[in-house]
Design a protein around this ligand. Structure first.
Ligand SMILES: Nc1ncnc2c1ncn2[C@@H]1O[C@H](COP(=O)(O)OP(=O)(O)OP(=O)(O)O)[C@@H](O)[C@H]1O
Ligand SMILES: [Mg+2]
Length: 267
């Protein structure tokens, strides 16, 4: 199983949209996909018509029962969606309490341990992170073998990027594996000068770490989200979907090392 984490400390940059779009395209390619909602707001869960306010079994259970986790416990938390090949480990609002509690020893590797227990059940796991650094993002980064950082093409993007790359540097010190990351420009509008110049600035500052393509602004994503349907099943001809398709192939072909969770090389 490959594990991709979608993260940025900045809100509203397209993390959840990227997670659903990539997950859908992987399912379309015949992969068994597990989407993990690690955001207490539960946007990804809401996308699939789950209510994070009502769920009693969720990603929170992983932390609540971290000492007694096993395949059976985890299997019960995972929900089949109406879409072929896509399963969901939903969020509940209880996840928010984790950030207030002390992380404590070992809490940074709960997701790594979880995924190692379902390693053979899925081909790809995509983790949608909340827009802040905390125990959830730390877990998601420790568990992945590729990190996708969506960045909105706007003026303040570079500041936000510097912040998350600083976080990554700190985490790299405690992680015994090199972390592969890709910056993905999102919501690009070629008619807007601010978008064009920020994309240029992002490429100039972060060079090869920036994916060569860009995700255009496309109202179909919001429509697909409202309809609760992954983008690849909503409008096969949308420009935005075509861009995510090319991103999916890039990430899929990139083939970084084995997941940190399986290697036991995090900590
Ligand atoms: N390429 C795009 N074009 C147009 N709208 C988009 C695009 N990507 C995302 N959106 C819309 O922008 C909004 C924010 O996107 P999304 O929820 O994916 O961001 P996020 O980073 O997950 O936000 P948060 O930090 O709050 O979790 C949503 O309404 C989504 O439908
Ligand atoms: Mg989100």
């Amino acid at each position: 199983m490959q594990v991709w984490t979608v993260a940025n400390q900045k809100g509203g940059v397209g993390k959840t949209t990227t997670s659903v779009a990539l997950g859908g395209l992987a399912a379309e390619a015949g992969k068994r996909v597990l989407l993990v909602d690690f955001d207490p707001h539960g946007s990804l869960s809401c996308y699939f018509r789950q209510n994070p306010d009502l769920l009693t079994e969720s990603a929170f259970t992983l932390f609540d029962q971290s000492q007694t986790l096993n395949h059976n416990v985890i299997e019960k938390l995972i929900i089949a969606t109406p879409f072929s090949g896509i399963s969901l480990l939903p969020a509940s609002t209880a996840l928010a309490t984790l950030e207030r509690k002390a992380i404590g020893g070992g809490m940074g590797l709960v997701l790594s341990k979880t995924l190692s227990m379902v390693f053979d059940d899925f081909d790809l796991c995509i983790i949608d992170c909340p827009p802040q650094l905390g125990v959830l993002m730390v877990n998601a980064i420790a568990a992945c073998n590729q990190l996708v950082i969506p960045v909105q093409t706007e003026f303040l993007a570079i500041k936000g990027l510097e912040r998350i790359l600083h976080t990554l540097q700190m985490m790299a010190r405690s992680r015994k594996q090199v972390l592969t990351y890709h910056i993905v420009p999102t919501m690009f509008d070629r008619r807007t000068q601010a978008c064009v110049s920020s994309l240029r600035a992002i490429r100039n500052s972060f060079g090869e770490q920036v994916w060569a393509g860009k995700i255009p602004i496309d109202t179909r994503f919001r429509d697909a989200s409202k309809a609760g349907v992954p983008p690849h099943l909503y409008d096969v001809n949308s420009r935005g979907l075509a861009a995510y398709r090319s991103l999916y192939h890039f990430l899929h072909e990139h083939k970084p090392g084995i997941p940190a969770s399986a290697a036991g090389g995090v900590g």
